[in-house]
Design a protein around this ligand. Structure first.
Ligand code: 4AD
Ligand code: MG
Length: 429
């Protein structure tokens, strides 16, 4: 019977068939060891002369790293073996050869590894990282699905800019121009009026001509939007959400986080509520350590690090100056130069993982702000309709998946947190 390595515990004493790839192999006289990898785990298969077929002993000599094989043998409990089980192997069959596999245990540079990303994902650490990512994705969906949100995914081709025109990817849409979506938010504001609590979760695109460890050209964002929520409800939702995603991943992916050598002490402390700072307070904090900081301006990565270093938990900064924020934010009626926006800064220097806030709901104010941002009102007519027919307070946010994976996994660069990263200067493989 063919089984997966992760299920060996259910087959102790039985003869099974495993299919996978050679992770490692070595011989010493009458005994040969094969570490087999099948995606669900790694199993040690022991070929002992006399116990296995003579033929399999010969086939063994033809193995190399990443040869795909079929192993037949008896499952035994073995504490010292990876996974706690071992295969007393009987047969060995080669399915596909592997000549000069380019990735070896020696140190390769990042460029080499990125060029071989399609193979690199087989490596232990990359494998663990992408399993953590998959768990985070599942946690994100479960959080919102379990709280009565309706998934209403936004289009990728869009006629207009959500996050400013400087990072738009332009493409042809038959005879017209279109842009790849920077954010599904504007569409979520419309679906919130239809369903109350909604979210979208998919790829978004930013033509950012910068090489940093936090920026991808194509990244995944989850964006909830809730009718009748204000800025403070929004922060409460965000902190409960982040707590859930982190605590569940710590629980369900402990093994992978161990493989990644992630010290999870800080992550265990990520329990709501999170501290909150008005932009003005945050700016003063930054000024003390970075006198060059321009109050009224956006934070750079070092500025974010100054703030997050003061807290053990993630920290919200809210009320960013309206002048540096997107057109759709509501201005605080008591201090209109500040917007009802909030960013969540992750600890340990991982920076901004969430951006969001309360939306402008006045039709006429929005028309003014669209003009001030040099956007074309015509492209936003449908969006303005949401204000014409029963306008309503609402708020939402976007969490960047890859930055969250980097933070939870303790990985320095977002390029390892997505199976096939798109970076400035890299669209291969
Ligand atoms: O702060 P941003 O630009 O907010 C929005 O797009 C809002 N429309 C979301 C909303 O309110 N519905 O992006 C949100 C998050 C950031 O905090 C960051 O985690 C991630 O998306 N992000 C990126 N991640 C990787 N590479 C990039 N180039 C990113 N740009 C933003
Ligand atoms: Mg932002």
């Amino acid at each position: 019977m063919r089984v997966y390595i992760s299920d060996l515990k259910d087959h102790v004493g039985k003869t099974v068939e495993l299919k996978g790839w050679v992770y490692n192999h070595r011989s010493s006289g009458k005994i040969k060891f094969l570490l087999l990898r099948d995606g669900t785990g790694i199993a040690q298969c022991v070929y002992f002369r006399g116990e296995c077929s003579e033929e399999s002993f010969e086939v063994f000599e033809k193995l190399s790293q990443e040869t795909s094989v079929k192993v037949t043998g008896v499952v035994r409990e073995e504490k010292r073996s990876p996974g706690g089980f071992e295969i007393s192997a009987r047969e060995l069959e080669i399915i596909g050869g592997s000549v000069d596999y380019p990735i070896s245990p020696k140190d390769h540079g990042p460029d080499f590894l990125m060029n071989n990303r399609h193979l690199w994902i087989r490596s232990k650490k990359q494998h663990a990282l992408l399993r953590v990512r998959a768990e985070i994705v599942a946690a994100i969906r479960d959080f919102f699905d379990g709280r009565g949100f309706t998934l209403t995914d936004a289009p990728i081709f869009t006629p207009s800019a959500c996050e400013g025109t400087s990072t738009l990817f332009e493409t042809k849409y038959f005879d017209e121009k279109a842009y790849l979506s920077q954010s599904g938010q504007l569409y979520m504001e419309a679906t919130a009026a239809a369903f109350g609590k909604v979210y979208c979760f998919g790829p978004t695109f930013r033509a950012e001509k910068s090489k940093t460890r936090r920026h991808l050209i194509e990244f995944w964002m989850v964006e909830p939007e809730v009718a009748f929520n204000d800025l403070y409800d929004n922060m409460e939702l965000a902190e409960q959400f982040v707590e859930y995603v982190i605590q569940r991943t710590l629980k369900n992916k402990a093994e992978e986080l161990k493989t990644l050598e992630r010290d999870t002490t800080q992550l265990q402390k990520v329990i709501a509520p999170f501290p909150r700072l008005h932009y003005k307070e945050a700016a003063q904090m930054i000024l003390k350590e970075n006198p060059a900081f321009q109050v009224g301006g956006d934070f750079g990565a070092p500025d974010e690090a100054i703030i997050s270093a003061k807290f053990e938990k993630p920290v919200f900064v809210h009320h960013f100056p309206s002048a540096i924020k997107a057109f759709y934010f509501k201005e605080d009626p008591t201090e209109p130069e500040y917007s009802m926006s909030c960013d969540l800064l992750a600890p340990e220097g991982y920076g901004e993982v969430i951006g969001g806030g309360e939306r402008e709901i006045s039709h006429d104010t929005l028309v003014r702000k669209i003009g001030e941002h040099n956007l074309n009102v015509k492209d936003f007519e449908w969006y303005l309709d949401v204000r014409k027919y029963g306008t309503f307070p609402h708020a939402g946010f976007g969490l960047g998946l890859e930055r969250t994976v980097a933070w939870i996994s303790g990985i320095q660069h977002v390029r390892e947190t997505i199976p096939f990263p798109r970076l400035y200067g890299r669209n291969y493989p």
